[in-house]
Design a protein around this ligand. Structure first.
Ligand code: SF4
Length: 75
Protein backbone atom coordinates (compact mmCIF):
# COMPACT_ATOMS: atom_id res chain seq x y z
CA UNK A 1 0.00 0.00 0.00
CA UNK A 2 1.30 3.50 -0.78
CA UNK A 3 1.40 5.86 2.15
CA UNK A 4 -1.50 8.24 2.48
CA UNK A 5 -1.66 11.80 3.80
CA UNK A 6 -3.62 12.82 6.87
CA UNK A 7 -4.40 16.14 8.53
CA UNK A 8 -4.12 16.74 12.26
CA UNK A 9 -7.43 18.45 12.90
CA UNK A 10 -6.28 19.93 16.20
CA UNK A 11 -3.41 21.70 14.49
CA UNK A 12 -5.05 22.89 11.25
CA UNK A 13 -5.50 26.67 11.20
CA UNK A 14 -7.83 26.64 8.18
CA UNK A 15 -5.46 28.61 5.98
CA UNK A 16 -6.48 26.68 2.83
CA UNK A 17 -2.94 26.46 1.49
CA UNK A 18 -3.15 22.70 1.08
CA UNK A 19 -6.48 22.90 -0.73
CA UNK A 20 -4.93 25.36 -3.18
CA UNK A 21 -1.72 23.40 -3.73
CA UNK A 22 -3.45 20.06 -3.91
CA UNK A 23 -7.21 20.46 -4.40
CA UNK A 24 -7.66 16.90 -5.60
CA UNK A 25 -6.53 15.56 -2.25
CA UNK A 26 -7.50 18.16 0.37
CA UNK A 27 -10.78 19.99 0.81
CA UNK A 28 -12.04 22.30 3.51
CA UNK A 29 -14.50 20.35 5.61
CA UNK A 30 -18.06 21.22 4.77
CA UNK A 31 -17.12 22.69 1.41
CA UNK A 32 -17.30 19.49 -0.54
CA UNK A 33 -19.76 19.52 -3.37
CA UNK A 34 -23.26 18.77 -2.33
CA UNK A 35 -22.85 20.12 1.18
CA UNK A 36 -24.78 23.31 1.59
CA UNK A 37 -23.14 24.69 4.69
CA UNK A 38 -22.87 28.41 4.94
CA UNK A 39 -20.47 28.86 7.83
CA UNK A 40 -18.12 31.82 7.85
CA UNK A 41 -14.93 31.53 5.86
CA UNK A 42 -12.01 30.17 7.83
CA UNK A 43 -14.07 28.08 10.16
CA UNK A 44 -13.42 24.81 8.37
CA UNK A 45 -10.52 22.48 8.77
CA UNK A 46 -8.81 20.69 5.95
CA UNK A 47 -9.66 17.06 5.42
CA UNK A 48 -8.32 14.45 3.04
CA UNK A 49 -11.03 13.54 0.61
CA UNK A 50 -8.93 11.55 -1.87
CA UNK A 51 -5.53 10.38 -0.61
CA UNK A 52 -4.62 9.16 -4.10
CA UNK A 53 -5.82 12.27 -5.94
CA UNK A 54 -2.33 13.65 -6.63
CA UNK A 55 1.27 12.46 -6.95
CA UNK A 56 3.20 12.15 -3.70
CA UNK A 57 5.42 15.05 -4.76
CA UNK A 58 2.41 17.36 -4.94
CA UNK A 59 1.18 16.18 -1.57
CA UNK A 60 4.68 16.74 -0.18
CA UNK A 61 4.57 20.30 -1.49
CA UNK A 62 1.33 20.88 0.37
CA UNK A 63 2.96 19.45 3.50
CA UNK A 64 5.98 21.70 3.11
CA UNK A 65 3.84 24.77 2.63
CA UNK A 66 1.42 24.10 5.46
CA UNK A 67 2.27 26.91 7.90
CA UNK A 68 1.24 24.79 10.86
CA UNK A 69 2.95 21.61 9.62
CA UNK A 70 -0.04 19.47 10.37
CA UNK A 71 -0.16 17.24 7.31
CA UNK A 72 1.61 13.94 7.79
CA UNK A 73 2.01 10.57 6.13
CA UNK A 74 0.30 7.45 7.36
CA UNK A 75 1.92 4.22 6.26
S1 SF4 B 1 -2.18 23.99 4.88
FE1 SF4 B 1 -2.20 23.09 6.94
S2 SF4 B 1 -3.12 24.64 8.29
FE2 SF4 B 1 -3.57 25.20 6.17
S3 SF4 B 1 -5.62 24.32 5.79
FE3 SF4 B 1 -4.09 22.82 5.09
S4 SF4 B 1 -3.73 21.46 6.86
FE4 SF4 B 1 -4.77 23.29 7.60
Amino acid sequence: MPRTPAVDQECCISCEVCTQVCPDVFVMEGEEEGHGHDHAHGEHKSIVHNPFGAPEATIEEAMDRCPAACIYWVD
